[in-house]
Write a protein that binds this ligand. Structure first.
Ligand code: E4P
Length: 218
């Protein structure tokens, strides 16, 4: 399973890259706003900075919701850097745009997926990735992880190439469950990735080893 980091924060992207576990980055307009990145040129420059840090795919979201606007924005984003994946919302014109991008060899990430039917449509349109938002489904008392299993079953039934990019993962167990259910990629905040490191028995064991070494080497 690939690990993408879900942030536009350059320091956090660099930290995940330095850990040697990073395969890509996802951003969205809210994450860019959180970092204070606004204005067309600054946004494009920021995507370039992200591409310089990480080797893998970098999702950059379009703002337009009409077909012509999505194509225009998506083409500009794709021309920016070969690592850019155009992130397109799951709306009717977005679906048509995903087909257009697929026919023109431009990779896409269909975002805001909340049902198996939406994922199926995006895969049929030729999306490179679908992004089911598991945390936001959990927020409304719906089993987000079940959506990962449902999409996995459907994509395997029909051998779709579209990859499942589990999004809106909020904690380490989301990551583990996505791995168990066969998500191709999980995108998560750095805090959730770092939390995978922790186990109290690791801390206790290390403390004991270091104490015994110190006793034997006085
Ligand atoms: C995915 O691409 C989105 O950027 C993200 O995972 C949404 O996460 P949130 O629900 O925690 O905002």
């Amino acid at each position: 399973m690939q690990f993408f980091i879900d942030t536009a924060n350059l320091d956090q992207i660099q930290e995940a890259q330095d850990l040697g576990i990073l395969d890509g980055v996802t951003t969205n307009p809210s994450l860019m706003f959180k970092e204070g990145i606004s204005g067309e040129q600054k946004i494009l420059d920021h995507y370039l900075k992200i591409c310089e840090i990480v080797d893998g795919d970098v999702s950059a979201e379009v703002i337009a919701t009409d077909f012509d606007g999505i194509i225009k924005e998506g083409q500009a984003l794709a021309e920016l850097h070969e690592q850019i994946v155009v992130k397109v919302p799951m709306v009717k014109d977005g679906l048509k745009a995903i087909r257009w991008f697929a026919d023109n060899d431009i990779p896409t990430n269909c975002t805001l997926i909340f049902s198996p039917g939406q994922a199926l449509l995006a895969a049929k349109a030729g999306a490179t990735y679908v992004s089911p938002f598991i945390g936001r489904l959990d927020d409304v008392s719906t089993d987000g992880l079940q959506l990962i299993s449902d999409i996995r079953l459907i994509f395997d039934n029909y051998l779709f190439d579209t990859e499942i990019l589990a999004a809106s993962a909020r904690h380490p167990m989301h990551i583990i469950e996505c791995a168990k259910r066969g998500a191709d990629v999980v995108t998560a905040p750095l805090s959730a990735m770092l939390a995978l490191l922790n186990h109290p028995l690791t801390d206790k064991g290390l403390e004991q080893f270091l104490a015994d070494h110190a006793k034997g080497n006085k």
